[in-house]
Design a protein around this ligand. Structure first.
Ligand SMILES: Nc1ncnc2c1ncn2[C@@H]1O[C@H](COP(=O)(O)OP(=O)(O)OP(=O)(O)O)[C@@H](O)[C@H]1O
Ligand SMILES: [Mg+2]
Length: 313
């Protein structure tokens, strides 16, 4: 059964419709990669899943979010709050915004397990040191006494992951957890996060724009474009034969080993903003396969494309 399920979720901020009928689900023990270029709606989807849209003035205008089979809209704010941090752990893109600069890092992690698991100070600290050790932080007890500014970016991001794990969640939502870090550190942290999630049988919703990470780590992948789902399904078949031209284009952007520096090709053009979404398929102005129908009719189904599969002409 799916732990997190979004069914036809639409989201607006003010009068602007930003997400259009997004459906996805993450089962226990499963890693779902949510991908798409900058501005495609990944973070909004994560906020919708956590019931945090009001923080940015957004709201769900259609569809439903269910956690463990329960409709989130039917919960009280107090129930949603205890679910976040408790059953759902969140890892943000920027560790500096997630950490309190004037509190020692151990105390910040302790607080999560004291609040959500009811541990004593001593129990919480033992759990914190254990978590830091599992995140392969050397001299964890000493690091627990450090201040955030004393740690490197990669170390800080591990602390944020420890905080997300401290409440013993069933689901982790990680929004581009490594973009602020250099490439080798990124790879290490993703690997550690993946291993911890696998060991504990947790569910992970991993937001990234790195299709290489998806190929390596994720069981399933959901591809977003301009606020709509382009394609969703198990990773291996989608990488072997992408149905949506946008998925194909994203896969084509993965740098391959031995590729000369500077040959990395992006997808020509940019993601349209919500005020300039084109009619029909929103990808059609950039699509090598577009026909007349693509500019007038919104494709339905999975992949959401009038001419799915096959090679580009
Ligand atoms: N607070 C906001 N007010 C107005 N528009 C917003 C707000 N937050 C996001 N948007 C718009 O919603 C769309 C999707 O944004 P979102 O942050 O979900 O993208 P993303 O896929 O997470 O991008 P990135 O990879 O850059 O993090 C964008 O067009 C963005 O401009
Ligand atoms: Mg984002």
């Amino acid at each position: 059964m799916s732990l997190l399920q979004l069914k036809d979720v639409s989201v607006s901020i003010g009068q602007v419709a930003l997400l259009d009928r997004i459906s996805l689900s993450v089962a226990k023990g499963e890693i779902l990669g949510l991908v798409g270029e900058s501005g495609s709606g990944k973070s909004l989807t994560a906020l919708a899943a956590m019931g945090l849209l009001p923080l940015i003035g957004g709201r769900i205008t259609g569809g439903a979010v269910a956690f463990d089979g329960k409709d989130m809209a039917a919960m009280t704010e107090a129930q949603r709050r205890s679910q976040r941090g408790g059953r759902i752990g969140f890892v943000t893109q920027n560790p500096m915004t997630a950490l309190d600069p004037v509190t020692r890092i151990g105390a910040q992690i302790d607080e999560v397990s004291r609040l959500h698991l009811g541990l004593t100070r001593a129990q919480a600290r033992a759990r914190t040191v254990d978590l830091l050790t599992q995140l392969r932080i050397p001299e964890a007890a000493t690091v627990a006494n450090a201040w955030p500014h004393q740690l490197s970016g990669g170390m800080k991001q591990r602390i944020v992951i420890a905080m997300a794990l401290a409440g013993d969640p069933d689901l982790i939502i990680a929004d581009e957890p490594t973009t602020a870090l250099d490439v080798t550190v990124q790879a290490q942290i993703i690997q550690i996060l993946g291993a911890l999630v696998r060991d504990r049988g947790l569910a992970l919703l991993l937001i990234t724009h790195d299709m290489g990470v998806v190929a390596q780590l994720c069981d399933r992948v959901a591809v977003l474009y301009a606020g709509r789902l382009a394609e969703e399904g198990p990773t291996a078949p989608i990488f072997a034969a992408p149905g949506h031209p946008y998925t194909r284009a994203l896969i084509g952007c993965i740098p391959t080993e031995g590729m000369a520096k500077g040959t990395l090709q992006g997808i020509p053009g940019t993601v349209p903003g919500a005020l300039t979404f084109p009619p029909g398929c929103r990808f059609h102005p950039r699509c090598p396969r577009a026909q007349a129908v693509c500019a007038t009719q919104t494709p339905q189904g999975n992949p959401a494309c009038h001419f799915p599969g096959g090679a580009d002409a």
